[in-house]
Structure formats: C-alpha cells, structure tokens
Design a protein around this ligand. Structure first.
Ligand code: NAP
Length: 540
C-alpha cells in the first residue's frame, strides 16, 4: 500500500475527534481520522450496557461551537441515555459532513515521528501508512477496558460481557441468573436495570462506592426553551466554575452560586440543610456543595457521613447497608457515582451482595465463581471492572518521538505532558484532554472544546509565522507536572486507590493524572500561555 500524505491525522472519532476534524477542515487542512469502531461515538459507541447514561446533564453535555446546532438539537431527558448521545454524535457528524474523512474499523497500531522528514508516520491494523505533519490523539480518557486479573475467566461456560464492550444486539437477561463483578459507575447504573429483568443477580463487591441519586426526568419543553435563550451565559457558568465544571449548574436561580462556601465555616444545621437540598436536586453537583469537601478530611467526613446515613435509610438489611457504606477513602476521591435506585435495588428479593474484600475471589469456575468462603453459580457473567484510564490507549499505540524515543519510556514513571496537551520530544503531537489537564474532573465537552480551540489557534499562529513544528520545552513540562502534583497533593485525591491514580491497574505508576485546580484556573493558565507568545512551547 502506498503512503498517503495528509496535513493532520486524528486518532479517534468520539466527541474530541469529531470536533477536531471540523476545526481542521475550517483551517483548510487535509485530515484523516482513524476510528477502531464501525461508527462514531468513542466511549458512547462501546458502552451500551443496560442503564448507560451520562452523569453530566444533557443540556450541558453537548457542543457549544455552533449556535444553530445548539438550538436545533432536542435532548429528551435531564441525563441523556447512551443511545441518545450516540444519535446526537451521528447527527453532528452528518450535519457537518464529516463522515467522509473518517476511516472506520481501523485501529492505529503505530505513530512514529521521523526526524528527517519531520513527519508523523501513522500505521493501522488495516495496513494504512499515512504521513502527516500533525498527529492528534483524540483517544478518550476511558477507552481501554481493563481485562481484570481474575483466575479462570476462560473457564466460565456461559457468556461473559464487559460493560465497556457491550454487544450491539443487547443481552436478554429474562429468566437468567447473573453474576456481576465490580461496583463502580458502570455497575451502579447497570445493576438496577439488570435486576429488574433477571431472575437473580449476585453482585461481587470489593470496594463500595459513594453514589448520589440522579433524579432523572423528561426535560420540560418550556424550561428547555427558556434555557436555550440564554445558552451562552450557561456555557460561561460551566467554564468559570471554580472547582468543577461537571455540567450540573442546571437550575439557574438556585445553583448559580459558585463553589465558594466552606463547610467548616458554616453552622452544622445549615450544612445539613444544604447537603439535603443538593441531594434532593440530584447529580454529581452534590460533591461541590462545599468547596472544602475535597481538601479537608474533617469537612469530607461530614459529607461522607451524610451519604452513609442516606444509604442506611434506604437499605433495609443493616448488614447489607454496612457493606454498601464506603469507609476506606474520602468521598469524591474516587469518582462520585450518579444512580437511579442503586441502593434500593438491594432491597429486592432477587439481589444478593457478596463482599469479596473479606472473602476474596479465588477463581471463575464453569458454573460461576468461587470465593474463599463459598461457590456461586449463575448463567451470565458481567464484568464492570473499569478502564486503563487516561494513558491506557496511548500506551498500546506504539508512539515514538524524536530519535525514536518511545512515549512509554518517557512516561515510565507516570505521564508527563505540558498542560496535558503536548509532550517534549514529540513535535506536533497533541493530546486532547490528556493527563495534566482537568479532563475527567470536568465536563468533558467543555474541556474538549477548549483543547481543540487552543490547538487550532496555535496552528493558525504557526501558519502566520511559518513555523514547521512545535513542542513543549522540557523545563516547562517538568514545572507543569510538578504543579499538577502539587495541586493534587493539596487535596484528598491521592488518599484513594482510584483509577485517577492508576491504582486499578497492576504495575501502573501511582500518579494523580488529572489537573485538580478546576477548569477556570486551567483556562486562565492557557490564556496566559498564549498571551506570552505560547510560553513553554518551542517553535521551529
Ligand atoms: P471503575 O470505577 O474503575 O469500577 C470498577 C469496579 O470493578 C470497581 O468496583 C473495582 O473494585 C472492580 N474491580 C476491578 N477489578 C477487579 C477485580 N480483579 N476483582 C474484583 N473487582 C474488581 O470502572 P467503571 O464503573 O467502568 O467506571 C469508570 C469511570 O467511567 C467512572 O468513574 C466514570 O468516570 C466513567 N463512567 C461514567 C458514567 C456516566 O457518565 N454515568 C458511567 C460509567 C462510567 P475496586 O474499587 O476494589 O478496585
């Protein structure tokens, strides 16, 4: 196969890849997108498990780059389902005529910088060889499911399904018995729906998670109309949220109070009143009722106790309630879950919770699972065991930079990227929402648009100045990574063995990967970098 030349290769056709392609087209650059799936959507293509929906609110979890698109699209529920988000992304792809530049069913197997030609050579499992000036990784933060290290997985005689690679035709649980491993966000959404269909469900829990009710509901048409009139203002709210931009600033009157109040400076009755108000409102915004929740152990305990009391109020069997109450890490240091009837599901006669922290899994058997205490049998096994987050997809892509240096070597002690966007010795390589940017701590769409816009502006700057390539300075990169760590160490985040820390993957370096200072601070930093002539980047 001959080598094709393009200006830009984009890897991935999820929210990031789609918007990138649109912006590159606007610059008049020839762009080739490679996508492993047979359709657009990224994480929303693969995660089709029962109950899958976004935990950021639909009106906020959509692009803002085109006012016409914003006005015409109609979300139907407060939290959009996976099928509706996929429909939206297909709509955007067709509306902007993007499909023709996307090669589907094609996985990138190598991205290698050639020092002589100053081009990226990108190869795929379909035998493509493409040479490109720019290489952009729109590969998502949660796109490589982890194959859990559980003995005997192949022994199981029945079907095994991973939440992150769910079959397109769906799974009929009617009349079946089901075993589910994992109790993270995916499981917390899937378990109530599976339990309502199946004969019996056994949930194997190693670590319980904190979850907040979604109170999902159909969107009121009048309210949507009213909200759409002021879309730009709402967008600014998400962008300027000091601590987070989860996309939950939905009720403008009540919830535009921005992330200022300290729990430890608030009378306890008022604390409880506010937590109750946020709990009743629903959604991940609950975590940000008080700004010190993620910084002070004392404040955090008050919030965690509040949620534990809600779990105990909901779950009838006190022993089961105890097992469901997290106690080994501060609330919010593992991603807060958002659910519909999760805890109440354990009141059903057909649901059993098995604590595999006290009686660990030994092996999967032909009929089910064996723990150190007991044997369990079921027809279907569901693995809701998470992802090799933030770096897993990049580490499997054979990326090499100048002098053939592998990205995996550069990142051997944890990911290093200036602003989470670019890596020294990897010229003209860009990461969208990479490690060292707010990414998974923010509304992903807000962060994706900001990164894509930053990169697009930088490319215009390069064109105006006839620069061929750009890469971060080693000093700027080191300083940024140190700053990201310093910010994380000023919070409680490092106290949990979370996927934010790489702790769910055996052997992965334990480094807090996202930037925890919030999207507004990060945006200010990026704007400052631009104002200083792209400080910290070297052009040639
Ligand atoms: P996760 O949060 O990493 O949860 C994985 C679960 O599997 C944990 O309970 C973990 O237990 C368990 N597990 C992993 N390996 C195991 C093993 N070998 N033996 C026993 N248990 C094991 O993964 P996730 O639920 O897929 O969620 C990942 C992230 O995706 C979320 O935090 C969220 O950011 C995103 N997500 C978002 C939505 C949404 O928008 N609503 C929905 C789903 C996911 P331990 O905790 O003990 O390791």
């Amino acid at each position: 196969m001959t080598t094709r030349e393009v200006d830009v290769v984009v890897v991935g056709a999820g929210f990031a890849g789609i918007y990138l392609l649109h912006r590159m087209r606007q610059l008049g650059l020839s762009t080739q997108v490679f996508e492993a799936a047979d359709g657009v959507g990224g994480t929303w293509y693969w995660n089709r498990y029962p109950g899958a929906r976004c935990d950021a609110e639909s009106m906020a979890y959509s692009y803002s780059f085109d006012p016409g698109l914003e006005q015409e699209w109609q979300w139907t529920e407060r939290y959009a389902t996976q099928p509706e988000i996929l429909k939206y992304l297909n709509h955007v792809t067709d509306r902007f005529n993007l499909r023709r530049d996307i090669e589907f069913n094609t996985r990138v197997t190598g991205a290698n910088y050639d020092d002589k030609t100053k081009r990226w050579s990108v190869s795929t499992d379909q035998g493509h060889k493409v040479r490109a000036r720019f290489c952009m990784m729109a590969t998502g933060c949660l796109s490589t499911p982890q194959n859990p290290d559980i003995a005997g997985l192949k022994n199981f005689a029945g079907p095994t399904y991973m939440t992150g690679q769910w079959p397109h035709e769906g799974v009929d649980f009617g009349g079946k018995t089901v075993g589910i491993i994992g109790t993270g966000s995916s499981a917390i959404q899937a378990i109530p729906v599976i339990a309502a269909q199946a004969n019996h469900v056994t949930v194997f829990q190693r670590t319980p998670n904190f979850s907040v009710p979604a109170y999902n509901a159909p969107l009121d048409k009048d309210w949507v109309e009213h909200y759409k009139k002021d879309y730009p203002t709402h967008r600014d709210d998400y962008r300027q949220a000091r601590v987070t931009s989860f996309g939950d600033l939905m009720n403008p009157d009540e919830f535009r109070e921005v992330d200022e109040q300290m729990l430890l400076e608030t009378p306890i009755e008022e604390v409880h009143e506010k937590l109750e108000r946020f709990w009743q409102f629903g959604g991940a915004r609950f975590m940000w009722a008080f700004v010190d929740t993620i910084a002070s152990e004392e404040a955090n305990r008050v919030v965690a106790d509040f949620v534990r009391s809600k779990i105990r109020e909901t779950v009838n069997d006190p022993k089961v309630a105890d097992l469901l109450c997290p106690s080994s890490y501060p609330i919010g240091t593992k991603r807060i879950c958002v659910d519909t009837d999760y805890y109440a599901t354990y009141n059903r006669d057909n649901v059993v919770l098995v604590d595999i922290a006290s009686s660990p899994l030994q092996t999967v058997t032909e009929q089910g699972l064996k723990t150190t205490a007991e044997d369990y049998g079921f027809d279907i096994l569901v693995l809701a065991t998470g992802f090799d987050a933030m770096t897993g997809t990049l580490s499997r892509m054979n990326i090499t930079g100048t002098e053939g240096v592998p990205l995996n070597d550069t990142w051997a002690e944890g990911p290093k990227a200036y602003l989470g966007l670019g890596v020294n010795k990897f010229p003209n390589l860009f990461l969208i929402t990479g490690p060292g940017s707010p990414s998974v701590l923010s509304n992903m769409i807000v962060s994706i648009e900001q990164h894509v816009d930053f990169i697009t502006d930088m490319m215009v700057h390069m064109g105006e100045n006839q620069y061929e390539s750009v890469e971060p300075d080693p000093g700027a990169q080191e300083a940024w990574v140190a700053h990201v760590n310093e910010v994380a160490n000023g919070t409680l985040f490092p106290k949990a063995g979370s996927w934010y820390m790489g702790a769910n993957i055996p052997g992965k370096p334990r480094v807090f990967m996202p930037y925890a200072a919030g999207v507004a601070v990060y945006r200010e930093v990026c704007d400052g970098v631009v104002a200083q002539g792209y400080q910290g980047f070297s052009f040639s």
